[in-house]
Design a protein around this ligand. Structure first.
Ligand code: BGC
Length: 390
């Protein structure tokens, strides 16, 4: 009898100990994420972004509305930080980036948060033709051109105007033959925070000669917050029945393949990591996911392309776009070469990208929707990243 009641007391004591341990762990974790947010806030200093590049003034711009607070710079039209609320009401920075212009200029990773152009993603062998005229581009990704060449839009200084506290209007006149692309292109990108808790990006362009245009944004996201580790447990859904398979150089073969019964099927939510190590030639070529999805949509307006949920934070990001495709990149080339705002390194797969776009290598793929822009036409496309918690 005495032994039994002693065991009972012992069991209760152990249970109490475990409960106390859990509470203390949770508080420590919460404090840690608070401290991280505060640390990132305080490491972004206006003066570290205040400089002159190519004779133009570069600055840090803050946008704020509802639960969102976003820092941007006109160097490369980059998102530096994007603070959203997690399920505990803490502000966390879900945009991976660096802490100063100097770091961005010297960064081994060139595209953190940047506006990408004139043509996002790859053009095979740096060549294409428009109306029989052949053009040759610099090849900055083995024998291909990636994200507009060496000095793409991520490295130019945009003119910036802030009409209100939640909008930044960026304009850039890209001269004829810049990085090999024909035509003087007047590019305009409006970043704004909406009433519905979304980051809205509105792209516009006109040209004076036939050219090609495919603008996007290259934000690297970690919905648990910058510096919080792997993204493999994030849950992802992509509204696409098909994707564009690639060759070993990540150039589309031209086919549109069904995702059904493959690790590329994200029509129902799956964690990013669930099938990333499956034996699959496409995953081998991409070193993980680095593929363009052919989005399902009945009409040409804004349609839901993807939804991602941060496993620790409960932060939900939904992507809406007018574009026919989205590049899902699972951070396979991240290799701890960049120190981030939080002081953490950009370790392997600690962020992902969802870049809305026309399909890669379109100028050489007659079967893909065209990206040609002619004089007198207006390029106009909208993408939104909307945030909530669940
Ligand atoms: C590409 C990746 C590339 C990354 C560079 C993505 O858009 O698909 O292949 O490594 O950009 O940051």
């Amino acid at each position: 009898m005495i032994i039994r009641s002693k065991i009972k007391i012992l069991r209760r004591a152990i249970a109490l100990f475990i409960v106390l341990l859990c509470i203390s762990c949770k508080t420590k974790q919460e404090n840690k994420s608070d401290t991280l947010a505060a640390a990132i806030f305080s490491t972004i200093k206006d003066e570290d972004f205040d400089t002159t590049i190519d004779g133009k003034s570069v600055k840090l711009y803050w946008l704020q509305r509802k639960d969102l607070k976003m820092a941007m710079t006109n160097y490369g039209g980059r998102i530096i930080s994007l603070f959203v609320q997690d399920k505990n009401g803490n502000a966390i920075d879900v945009n991976i980036g660096r802490g100063s212009i100097k770091e961005y200029m010297e960064s081994p990773e060139a595209y953190f948060g940047a506006t990408i152009g004139r043509v996002g993603n790859r053009i095979a062998n740096g060549r294409f033709a428009i109306n029989g005229n052949e053009y040759t581009l610099p090849t900055n990704d083995n024998k291909n051109t990636l994200h507009g060449g060496y000095k793409g839009f991520q490295d130019v200084v945009w003119d910036a105007e802030q009409p209100n506290g939640y909008t930044l209007i960026l304009t850039y006149p890209s001269p004829d033959m810049e990085e090999g692309f024909p035509g003087n292109l007047q590019a305009k990108v409006i970043y704004s925070l909406t009433e519905k808790n979304a980051v809205k990006i509105e792209y516009e362009a006109t040209t004076d000669k036939p050219t090609v245009v495919n603008l996007t944004n290259h934000a690297y996201f970690n919905l648990n917050g910058e510096g919080s580790g792997s993204i493999l447990d994030h849950k992802l859904q992509i509204n696409a029945d098909r994707f564009t398979p690639v060759d070993a150089g990540l150039i589309p073969t031209g086919e549109l393949s069904d995702v059904a019964s493959t690790p590329f099927d994200f029509r129902k939510p799956h964690t990013i990591g669930e099938r990333i190590k499956a034996i699959n030639e496409q995953l081998e070529f991409g070193k993980g996911y680095d593929h363009n999805y052919v989005l399902n949509s009945d009409e040409n307006g804004l349609h839901q392309a993807a939804k991602v949920v941060g496993d620790k934070s409960g932060v939900v990001m939904e992507v809406f776009t007018e574009e026919p495709g989205i590049q899902f990149y699972s951070g396979n080339f991240m290799a701890s070469k960049n120190t981030l705002k939080s002081g953490a390194k950009d370790d392997f797969r600690t962020a992902f990208c969802l870049e809305t776009q026309h399909f890669p290598d379109t100028p050489n793929q007659p079967g893909f929707p065209s990206i040609q822009l002619n004089p007198g036409e207006i390029y106009h496309t909208v993408t939104e990243y909307k945030f909530s918690v669940e």
